[in-house]
Design a binder for this molecule. Sequence first.
Ligand code: ADP
Ligand code: MG
Length: 298
Amino acid sequence: METILKIESLYKNFGLVKAVKNVSLEIKKGNVYGILGPNGSGKSTTLGIVLNVVNKTSGSYSWFGGQMETHEALKKVGAIIERPNFYPYMTAEQNLQLVCKIKGTDYSKITEKLEIVGLLDRKDSKFRTFSLGMKQRLAIASALLNDPEILILDEPTNGLDPQGIRQIRDIIKVIAAQGTTILLASHLLDEVEKVCSHVLVLRKGEILYSGTVDGMNSHDGFFELLADNLQELKSALAQHPSIEKIEEEEGRIIAYPKTQLNASELNKFLFERNITLSHLVKRKHSLEEQFLELTNNK
Ligand code: ADP
Ligand code: MG
């Protein structure tokens, strides 16, 4: 798969503030990437660096395999990193015509892009009459006018009502389904989970997880166990080479494996040590629990 953007060991300091620390990410064509992290975790700074509006401290990034100057490469990138800003007294269509003039693209795409974002029937309405959600959708249409290879969105649903959020997410999915690569920064786990295939989780500028959204969900299973004698159960578990942590919670034993381990293997191991379990379940933390664990507890 073609690489759109490769970020390697990126660092950014604002004076004493280390906003980005050793961030690497490879963006491949056709995927939807999320940069997920709480406010202040370095998402916007990372986007600003690759869009050439923030200077990096060290590290590197390259667009489209590095054969092009950043300035040239960015012509193939559609980005919305600020609140949408258009001329209030001009209509949606007139605003997009102006964008076409500036970008040097012809007007032929305007109808198609307004259709994608659900604003074709409002093309003759003045921008000032638009809701925030509509303004955001117009910004997406504008960013799509030159058919970019990748669309970059920074917190695209911030400040929107639930319906507006839903509309933006649906539009992102449609754009992705048409083959446009997407990079989206968000502090909302469910947003990333709903629209992204891959995720980079940041906390205080550092990567906590990088990989598929599904992988984030599955990397952390644990066992809930019960037996007549909890002490014996605990000491037997402690002998298992894969179990790295044992806790007691509401009268049950919770055992965390550090490598792949299934319930039947564990059951057999314990049975061979004369422990008969009355309860054995393999559970996973929800993505939300994992995210909170990743971002808060370290
Ligand atoms: P996010 O987008 O994840 O909320 P940012 O990238 O905006 O995070 O910010 C990361 C850190 O860098 C924060 O501590 C923020 O205060 C700091 N920061 C961002 N931009 C500037 C700037 N222009 N000057 C000084 N500090 C900044
Ligand atoms: Mg931000």
